[in-house]
Design a protein around this ligand. Structure first.
Ligand SMILES: Cc1cc2nc3c(=O)[nH]c(=O)nc-3n(C[C@H](O)[C@H](O)[C@H](O)COP(=O)(O)OP(=O)(O)OC[C@H]3O[C@@H](n4cnc5c(N)ncnc54)[C@H](O)[C@@H]3O)c2cc1C
Length: 458
């Protein structure tokens, strides 16, 4: 039997989780080509940091890449002499997680020599249909594929620097992971106050930065810190089918003043149910949720490792500052830049030396700056999810084309499928998705092979 070719677009954690799940099932049926621009499979944005102060925001016990072996990551840590003395310390550094994925990939490929996997370094530019399959164009050539999985992760935030003249633009960093070389006493404005901005502040602090660091947030909120959660039960079924109903039911369940351990335990207990709850909302309710509740959701759901929470609390009494408002514009002046910040109809001016764009990923494929996604949407091979986040996919993660038809040979995973699943951007959910997708991929390849056999007979 000739091998079928699967191309995975993107080489982050999702790609590695999918390859490992496939290795458990695929045998000789498949040749997998993973294309990514980093050339470090598994690391992606989250796990390529070498800074030991960049910690996981999920305890190690829930970070196994293999849903059949929930203690796999904790065992890997123990084998490498990294044993958490307390629950707080189980939020280990993300660099360890990158090394674990790398080891896991090596071990999986060694123990499954039948599965042919090739890693290609390059940036994918477009996909074109070819018969039942695809031609994948990247900056080093083209590859024919029977099946394509899009695993390109989060989109970048919309860039700001191109809107300013060159002299000003040199004081703006649009890639929050690029660690700009700044004078240690320079005052820095971080646009955003989420996990990306806090990562950037940790990066500056680790490099000995002594200048002021301002977080600018529209709502003036910072993510909450994890505390060890108390065991809790989810809401009773049926779950409320509207955001308002849900909020009411959550308040009734938790009571008026809830200790952090209780609401966090409750959030954890609800986590497996969010996809079902999200899917029960109408499109208008999803949009209302995104408009009015997403910020509150984010600060409660995407929590900080306890040590990062402590760093923030200490920093806020020193050189870290939280500002509430929205950046109106930047101009030359003061110690390099003057930022005009709007809040409640009033404008304040802040003198800074540099700006780092930590506004968080763009979720809407219609406004993407990623060439591949832009291309897919422009060529009607994909469309935005109904609430304007992620790509529109069905429950089998098949990408819907512009007319809403599911394409069995084009799948998407992780952040790209957020519009359908909502809770799908972290390892516990991606590992599950990878396992389910590998089954669906093998099923589809079985159908292709059976069809080819019938065609040959006739
Ligand atoms: C800072 C940070 C911390 C996080 N911490 C945790 C955590 O502690 N626990 C947890 O469970 N989750 C965490 N997450 C969530 C994280 O997104 C997932 O765990 C996981 O890393 C997602 O991997 P991915 O492969 O889907 O995306 P990514 O990591 O974004 O990888 C996608 C890869 O595809 C490449 N790519 C994109 N477009 C193209 C293209 N056109 N051509 C070629 N290559 C392309 C990118 O360069 C990238 O390497 C964190 C996320 C971030 C950003």
């Amino acid at each position: 039997m000739s091998r079928r070719t699967l191309v995975v677009c993107g080489d982050g954690a999702s790609a590695v989780l999918l390859v490992c799940a496939l290795a458990r099932q695929a045998g000789q049926a498949l040749s997998v080509i993973v294309i990514g621009e980093k050339g470090e499979p598994g690391r992606g944005i989250a796990y390529s940091t070498a800074n030991p102060a960049h910690l996981l925001n999920v305890p190690a016990g829930r970070m196994s890449a293999n849903i059949n072996r929930p203690d796999q990551f904790v065992r890997w840590l123990a084998e490498h002499g990294i044993v958490a003395a307390s629950w707080e310390q189980s939020f280990v550094s993300r660099a360890h997680y990158g090394a674990y994925l790398s080891d896991l990939l090596d071990a999986t490929l060694k123990s499954n020599p039948d599965l042919a996997v090739r890693f290609v370094r390059g940036r994918i530019k477009s996909l074109m249909r070819k018969n039942l399959g695809w031609v994948v164009a990247h900056d080093g050539g083209t590859i024919d594929a029977d099946l394509v999985v899009l695993a390109t992760g989060n989109d970048r935030p919309p860039p700001i620097a191109p809107h300013y003249p060159r002299a000003l633009a040199s004081r703006i960093t649009d890639d929050p992971w690029s660690e700009p070389d700044l004078a240690p006493d320079c005052d820095v404005l971080l646009l955003g106050a989420g996990l990306t901005a806090i990562d950037a502040a940790i990066g500056l602090h680790s490099r000995g930065h002594a200048g002021n660091i301002y977080f600018l947030s529209r709502h003036g909120l910072l993510p909450r810190s994890h505390v060890e959660p108390a065991a809790a039960l989810p809401l009773d079924r049926p779950f409320p089918a509207s955001p308002r109903g849900l909020l009411r039911a959550m308040r009734a369940k938790l009571g008026p003043s809830v200790p952090a351990a209780h609401w966090q335990g409750f959030m954890d207990a609800m986590r497996p149910h969010w996809p079902q709850i999200w899917q029960s909302f109408s499109v208008a309710e999803k949009k209302r949720f995104l408009r009015h509740a997403a910020t509150l959701w984010n600060v409660h759901r995407h929590r900080l490792a306890p040590a990062v929470g402590a760093f923030l609390a200490q920093g806020l009494s020193r050189n870290l500052h939280l500002l509430k408002g929205r950046l109106r514009h930047l101009e030359a002046g003061g110690s390099g830049l003057i930022a005009t910040i709007d809040h409640g109809g009033r404008a304040t001016r802040l003198s800074i030396g540099h700006v780092i764009n930590c506004t968080g990923p763009n979720a809407n494929p219609d406004r993407t700056h990623d060439g591949l996604i832009e291309n897919l949407v422009a060529s009607r091979l994909a469309r935005a999810g109904e609430a304007g986040i992620g790509l529109d996919v069905d429950r089998r993660n098949r990408v819907l084309d512009k007319s809403g038809t599911a394409q069995p040979s084009l799948l998407a995973m992780a952040a790209l499928t957020r519009g359908h699943w909502w809770e799908i951007t972290a390892i516990p959910e991606i590992a599950q998705q990878a396992q389910i997708m590998s089954g669906a991929i093998m099923e589809y390849l079985g159908i292709l092979t059976a069809a080819a056999r019938i065609n040959r007979r006739h």
